[in-house]
Design a protein around this ligand. Structure first.
Ligand SMILES: [Ca+2]
Ligand SMILES: [Ca+2]
Ligand SMILES: [Ca+2]
Length: 145
């Protein structure tokens, strides 16, 4: 039988806009060479930063993720906290640089389409595991056992 967190993940996959991350990759890859440079990735901060102050707040992020990607508020909020590497409740260039380093799995200075997809797949799985853990109450555990 599928683990409950995998079922939750499948529900998310069905709800979420399946083209969203492909669109984000295409929008970020400005020179269309099928890879994202650090500069292209840094410039993409503007996509979520609606008032152009060089940082993305939780509400800017969540409104974009729920409207465009159709990802629920609790999931997009958790993703925000994962991306906020310096923990100041804002997504800024410091956080983007950290994310870029993680995304660039083979360390060649560029994020390929495959690396980008792998990163977001792993993100969705880890966020859904966390959500599943917080949602599950002791009573439900007894019923399952
Ligand atoms: Ca590029
Ligand atoms: Ca931050
Ligand atoms: Ca790479």
């Amino acid at each position: 039988m599928l683990a409950p967190c995998i079922i939750l993940l499948l529900v998310l996959q069905a709800q979420a806009n399946p083209n969203y991350f492909q669109q984000r990759f295409a929008q970020t890859d400005r020179n269309r060479d099928n890879k994202i440079s650090l500069k292209e990735y840094m410039d993409s901060l503007q996509f979520y930063d609606r008032n152009n102050d060089g940082r993305t707040t939780l509400s800017e992020w969540v409104s974009q993720m729920t409207r465009k990607a159709n990802i629920p508020i609790d999931v997009s909020s958790l993703i925000f906290y994962v991306l906020d590497s310096d923990g100041n409740y804002l997504l800024n260039y410091v956080d983007k640089r950290e994310v870029f380093k993680v995304m660039d799995f083979n360390d060649d200075g560029f994020v390929s389409r495959e690396e980008f997809n792998t990163y977001w797949e792993q993100m969705k799985i880890s966020v859904y595991r966390q959500l599943h853990r917080t949602r599950r109450s002791p009573d439900q555990d007894e019923v399952q056992n």
